[in-house]
Design a protein around this ligand. Structure first.
Ligand SMILES: *[C@@H]1O[C@H](CO)[C@@H](O)[C@H](O)[C@H]1NC(C)=O
Length: 243
């Protein structure tokens, strides 16, 4: 490698680190897990299937930066051992980033950890907690992640349909605020019909530069088209370098 390239590489690395520090220097602290509600009597089989991410809130989510983020979907498939395969696809640069990760059951029904966590560089812990759901209309799910010694948390408002009632959206805003978040950190995503399917949950936290995404395949969206699947995608702004 020439000295020029080496210098460029080091400069870019420095820029990335500076950026990472700036974006997380004043994170809202995550609430203790025990203070986050847990859906009583969680039914893992009923929670399966496709969810639209209608709303998103978190200490690394910036309303200004996300703007009109694009809606995406997440599909949960239950394995016999009680874990979920969680499938995400994200349209980016005219291609679908499509990958699967695993949520493994934790202490209580409705709480999960990211499976095979060692394959995600920098992620020290990752907890998922279904705060509330009626299974056939909405779900609010809480995610907490420690990455490079910083604690990130977020919550998603899932819908079985792209639209949810104003009341459910208000409930979600109230829930996000109960976690310590402010309006600046709460976004509602825009459904997009563009002939391509988009899915993705947590893409912004797993698809960071330098992060190894296990079992990730790049495939055309069309190979995943099935009847009734969404025509929407997650905006690139949501996926870019966000923890
Ligand atoms: C989950 O993923 C694993 C590994 O790819 C696969 O063997 C299994 O059949 C999948 N489970 C479901 C329910 O689709």
């Amino acid at each position: 490698m020439s000295l020029g390239l080496l210098w460029l590489g080091l400069t870019l690395l420095g820029a990335l680190q500076t950026q990472a520090q700036d974006s997380s220097s004043n994170l809202i602290p995550a609430p203790p897990l025990l203070r986050v509600p847990l859906q009583p009597d969680f039914q893992d089989d009923q929670f399966q299937g496709k969810w639209y991410t209608v709303g998103l809130a978190g200490n690394a989510i910036q309303k200004k930066a996300e703007g009109q983020g694009k809606m995406y979907t997440t599909t949960y498939e239950l394995n016999e051992d009680g874990s979920y395969n969680v499938t995400s696809t994200l349209l980016r640069n005219q291609r679908c980033d499509h990958w699967v990760r695993t949520f493994v059951p934790s202490f209580q029904p409705g709480q999960f950890n990211l499976g095979n966590i060692k394959s995600y560089s920098g992620i020290q812990s990752y907890t998922v907690r279904v705060a509330s759901t009626d299974y056939n209309q909405f779900a609010m799910v809480f995610f907490k992640k420690v990455s490079n010694n910083k604690e990130y948390f977020k919550t998603t408002l899932y819908g079985r349909t792209k639209e949810l009632t104003p009341k459910l959206k208000e409930d979600f805003v109230r829930f996000a605020k109960s976690l310590g978040l402010t309006d600046d950190h709460i976004v509602f995503l825009t459904p997009i019909g563009n002939g391509l399917e988009g899915e993705g949950e947590g893409t912004q936290e797993l698809a960071r530069p330098g992060t190894v995404l296990p079992r990730k395949d790049l495939v055309p969206c069309s190979s995943h088209l099935r009847g009734g699947w969404p025509k929407s995608f997650l905006g690139a702004s949501l996926g870019s370098g966000r923890p």
